[in-house]
Design a protein around this ligand. Structure first.
Ligand SMILES: Cc1ncc(COP(=O)(O)O)c(C=O)c1O
Length: 401
């Protein structure tokens, strides 16, 4: 952990980059086999063929500042995609209920800040509720908004779904926002419709927002599409905002394009804040997004490839490391306590197997019970091609048996 002024400062509550911490952990170590990087959730599948021609046809758009909310064409494409993908109570209004994002990460971060700004005083110290483990941008938003971060453990015994019913009314009354992640990074659990509906109902009653991070929505590994928050919210989108992006759906993490959609009052306040500080999305890239949202073939190919990789994981790992095929997403979440703690296991896998994985405790924070629900786990991103994935899984399977 040496080498950084922030080294060891876990009081950042799990919001320090896990990848920076991983680099610190592995500094000075050498892999004994050709390295396979399974740490970053960056899809390495081929990107769709249409990207270059669409950019070329719209290249003049780089000559102007993009409008913050996104082009009409982008917002309409996103709203139409939502209408095809989910059973919505009514069509999304592209003018009032959608805003383009420079990838969902910045959007998720700024959402907490905007919600706090919009809601003002709460009944007590303002709080933001997240699942634990959680995507660090949620925590960074809470920190900047001056909110207490309340992290609800997502444990194996609860199918990696936090116990939202146990959140006390007193906490909800001072809550600004509840972040949900489905399919979840890292465990791949999918929130059932009833859970979504009941969290939304309670948040509404308390005047809090629900921010649904759905960037893995298109990578489902069974036969059921994950339910979205916008289709589990009853007759209106009040208090609910869904976040999605093309990074995982279309293998375009470098495009930096996604959207937030839902509650019109929130979207207006969010756009107000965003107008003075958020990164815009260049118009030629929004045109790529319009084409991407209009095509499902490349998404089906992507899903097929992930399924083949999880078939391999099922075959090669069986139940080793507690492996169980997740419902969605592209991560393995493995119990490596047979190799020591998660940092020790990460070092062993790096030096002896040439595998770079993320210690689970880096993706979570200590809960009020003093336990880090990621401790003892590693996260393995199945983002490479089939051959590389097979090699990585074969090496992994030979450990700790
Ligand atoms: C859970 C989750 N949310 C959001 C993001 C942000 O993705 P992007 O900014 O590329 O849309 C990621 C990226 O890894 C993620 O894993």
């Amino acid at each position: 952990m040496a080498g950084s002024a922030l080294a060891g400062r876990r009081e950042h509550g799990g919001t320090r980059s896990p990848f920076v911490r991983l680099t610190e952990l592995l500094a000075g170590l050498e892999p004994s086999k050709p390295l396979i990087n399974l740490s970053v959730g960056e899809p390495r599948h081929p990107m769709p063929d249409f990207v270059a021609p669409v950019i070329a046809a719209n290249v003049n758009g780089f000559a102007k500042y993009p409008m913050l909310r996104g082009t009409d064409r982008f917002r309409t494409a996103a709203a139409n995609w939502l209408g095809r993908r989910y059973r919505l109570p009514r069509a999304i209004d592209p003018n009032k209920e959608v805003v383009v994002l420079n990838g969902s990460r910045e959007g998720l971060f700024l959402a907490g800040v905007a919600a706090k700004r919009l809601l003002g005083e709460r009944a007590g110290k303002p709080a933001i509720i997240v699942p634990n483990p959680f995507y660090p941008a949620y925590g960074a938003g809470a920190e900047v908004a001056g909110c207490e971060l309340v992290a609800l453990p997502a444990l194996r015994e609860n199918n990696f779904i936090p116990d939202y019913d146990a959140v006390p009314d007193e906490l909800l009354a001072r809550t600004v926002a509840i972040y949900l992640c489905s399919p979840a990074n890292p465990q791949g659990s999918v929130l059932p419709r009833e859970t979504l509906s009941s969290v939304i109902a309670r948040a509404r009653e308390a005047g809090a927002y629900v921010f649904a991070d759905e960037c893995y929505s298109e990578i489902w590994l069974g036969d059921k599409k994950p339910v979205g928050a916008l289709e589990a919210c009853g007759a209106s989108f009040d208090n609910v905002v869904a976040f999605n992006s093309l990074s995982k759906r279309s293998n375009l993490p470098g495009l930096r394009c996604g959207f937030a959609a839902g509650d019109a009052k929130f979207i207006a306040a969010y756009a107000d804040l965003r107008n003075v500080c958020a990164p815009q999305v260049p118009e030629p890239l929004q045109e790529v997004a319009v084409t991407a949202y209009g095509d499902e073939h490349h998404v089906e190919d992507t899903r097929k490839l992930y399924r083949e990789k999880f078939d391999l994981a099922d075959k090669l790992l069986g139940a080793h490391f507690g492996h169980k095929r997740p419902e969605g997403g592209f991560f393995l979440w493995l119990d490596v306590t047979s190799l020591g703690d998660d940092e020790a296991a990460t070092k062993t896998l790096f030096t002896e197997a040439g595998l770079r994985v993320v210690p689970g405790s880096y993706l979570a924070r200590e809960g009020s019970d003093g336990k880090n629900p990621g401790a003892g786990y590693i996260r393995v991103a199945l983002v490479d091609d089939l051959r590389t994935t097979e090699e990585a899984l074969t090496r992994l399977a030979s450990f700790g048996k």
